[in-house]
Design a protein around this ligand. Structure first.
Ligand SMILES: Cc1ncc(COP(=O)(O)O)c(C=O)c1O
Length: 360
């Protein structure tokens, strides 16, 4: 992980959306040096569990800079988060509101709307968020339970390809505000900002301009304060995953299989369904390519990354393979010991402050 790239991406986000409070989604890459870099740059944190809360508080983060954005919480989890000083929670159900009222009395809440995430590489499949009608009921209910109604949040799905996804979601929030009669103090635009893997994607400034146009239309009189919960966009490009070829075999199906020492369970979970297609670099990229199956090292039949990817004919066991833009949702997804293989180790460098080479 190159911390200078994390810093640069954070700055780019601040320039694109200067009014928005930033809660970095810790799940994307919880490496302490990454968290420290972002905290020093001014970021807050989107946390999903007491483990993540403890991690960022131990690094010196202010509990007031945290947002608990995982609405699937046990009562114990809610109480521990509140006791640790977290006072902003995302919620999406009447059941969770009851838990919050009991275990985090007076906390601030953002009601999460389910929005169109069809342009996302990893859509949520309906797991989170409520409908506009439900939100219009939950907002006054939260107030009646003594909670502080901060506003609404949404997430357009990670690696969202269409900047207009934010426009539709912002319009939906404005409709809820008007139907419920609740004035939104804070609007959390979630994460989802895309990163260039194999295909080009919309830039942060293109997403920001779609957001800005939608806000002007939806809230012509008075805009709510803004927040974002970016994960991938801040850390993916900072990371290179250094793998090695374990074996190259032509198998009975006639296809050439290339096995790496890192696979689905060692950090490349987002290759499931080929949702994320990493750019690959080998020492033979100038030579001829041939279609190959790229697989991981474990005994699991699902541990296949790509069913057909062009790879150099000259690729041999022992060759290094670099996966670019692999700093998000990799190490944090790696199994701790499946097949006895160790989790993905993370090394941080800082190209803006290189370690001086000792004089000889
Ligand atoms: C609630 C929540 N916030 C933020 C994020 C970060 O999203 P992304 O990495 O797409 O920016 C996620 C990721 O799934 C999420 O579930």
């Amino acid at each position: 992980m190159d911390l200078a790239v994390v810093r640069a991406r954070y700055l780019e986000l601040r320039i694109a959306l200067p009014e928005a409070r930033v809660f970095y989604a810790v799940k994307a890459n919880p490496e302490p040096d990454v968290l420290r870099t972002l905290a020093e740059a001014g970021s807050g944190f989107d946390v999903a569990s007491i483990g993540e809360i403890t991690l960022v508080l131990e690094l010196g983060a202010d509990p007031g800079s945290l947002c608990h954005a995982n609405p699937v919480r046990t009562p114990e989890e809610t109480a521990s988060a509140f006791a640790a000083g977290v006072h902003l929670f995302v919620t999406d159900s009447a059941e969770d509101l009851d838990v919050l009222a009991l275990h985090a009395p007076g906390a601030s809440v953002l009601v999460r709307l389910a929005v169109d995430d069809s342009g996302s590489a990893t859509p949520f499949g309906g797991k989170f968020g409520c409908s506009e009608d439900e939100a219009a009921v939950l907002l006054p209910r939260a107030a009646a339970l003594g909670l502080d109604v901060a506003g609404l949040s949404f997430h357009v799905g990670s690696q969202q390809s269409d900047p207009k996804a934010w426009s539709g979601a912002i319009a939906a929030c404005a409709r809820v505000a008007s139907s419920s009669g609740v004035e939104l103090r804070l609007l959390d635009l979630g994460g989802g900002f895309p990163v260039r893997y194999r295909e080009p994607v919309a830039s942060l400034s293109e997403c920001a301009s779609a957001i800005s146009d939608a806000l002007a239309l939806a809230f012509p009189a008075r805009r709510p304060e803004l927040a974002v919960e970016p994960g991938r966009v801040l850390v993916a490009e900072a990371g290179v995953l250094h793998a090695r070829v374990v074996r190259v075999s032509r198998r009975h199906d006639g296809r050439r299989w290339v096995y790496l020492d890192v696979g689905r369970y060692g950090g490349l979970a987002e290759t499931e369904g080929e949702a994320i297609r990493y750019r690959l670099r080998t020492p033979h990229d100038d030579g001829p390519l041939e279609p190959s199956v790229l697989a991981g090292p474990t005994c699991d039949g699902d541990d296949v990354l790509y069913r057909e990817v062009p790879l150099p004919t000259a690729l041999r066991a022992g060759d290094p393979v670099r996966l670019l833009a692999a700093g998000a949702y990799t190490a944090s997804y790696a199994s701790i010991a499946f097949n006895g293989l160790p989790p993905l180790p993370v090394h941080c460098t800082d190209s803006a402050h290189p370690v001086p080479t000792p004089r000889t």
